[in-house]
Design a protein around this ligand. Sequence first.
Ligand SMILES: NC(=O)c1ccc[n+]([C@@H]2O[C@H](COP(=O)([O-])OP(=O)(O)OC[C@H]3O[C@@H](n4cnc5c(N)ncnc54)[C@H](O)[C@@H]3O)[C@@H](O)[C@H]2O)c1
Length: 286
Amino acid sequence: MNEIGKVAVVGAGMMGAEIAYCFALAGKDVVLNDASMDLACSGKHRLEKILDKGISKGKIEPERKQSVLSLITPTDADHALGDADLVVEAVFEDEQVKKEVMSRLDTICQPHCIFATNTSSIPITRLATAVGPDRIGRFIGTHYFSPVSLMKLVEVVPGLETTEETVATMMACCRDIGKTPIRVKDVPGFAVNRILHAMWIEVNRLVEEEVATIEDIDIGCKLGLGHPIGPYALMDLTTNTLNLQVQQILFDAYGERFMPRPVLKQKVDANHLGRKTGRGWYDYRK
Ligand SMILES: NC(=O)c1ccc[n+]([C@@H]2O[C@H](COP(=O)([O-])OP(=O)(O)OC[C@H]3O[C@@H](n4cnc5c(N)ncnc54)[C@H](O)[C@@H]3O)[C@@H](O)[C@H]2O)c1
């Protein structure tokens, strides 16, 4: 089994930055790459707040802050990724963008380097065609959950040609950084998003039928089902464009039961995308 020493995270957005954080917290050297140095640095900058929160809650010793941050090197240069043992791809959820990144890095990275995509909806087997025959056995899906710094689960998703050695390495690597991996087949939505979106579509039906308000549905899920966060507050975190995109993919794959509800489409049309745009199901502008 391969030892993962140095990690490269491509895409320093909401997911990528926190994935980098989890590896650094476990003592790994991480390069955090984005399209520009500004984007890469602002990804790293956001992690300071997460560290400060962890320190104020007594979960992280204050003296660790600088050492964790010093393990993360922001970069916009491809060559900085050349000696990584693992590349975690967390760029936009766009097949062409992801494939372009993967095929470019395939020529730069070492032969033993594993490529792990954090796609939430694109088949791993299809993304794997972006790399050459020598890499394809080391191409895999590792699906993290938001916020990555808090959520323990990673769905480990082998593509058609992923080797068992790669699966074993990634299961061990997830455990190494304090996550709990589950192995899931490469089907649209994997496992957890199928559960989640079935529920989100149903809560949207409840709102359309005026059975309950979004606030009361959130209260119901928290106090009645023990969820740590209500579905509407969570949709605002994951952003409604991505929510709709995933439901469209599930609808194409499984039919009627995953048909996105009009109320979600309307939110996207109105640019009420969630916390990112200041307004989603809730209003964050005040
Ligand atoms: N948001 C979620 O809750 C969630 C959950 C699980 C998985 N995902 C998946 O994680 C991935 C990233 O999602 P996100 O929410 O962090 O998106 P995001 O838009 O916050 O971040 C994407 C980042 O990728 C960068 N990027 C785009 N093209 C690039 C390139 N060619 N090279 C380097 N960097 C590039 C962008 O500048 C941006 O900083 C997506 O595939 C998404 O489906 C998201």
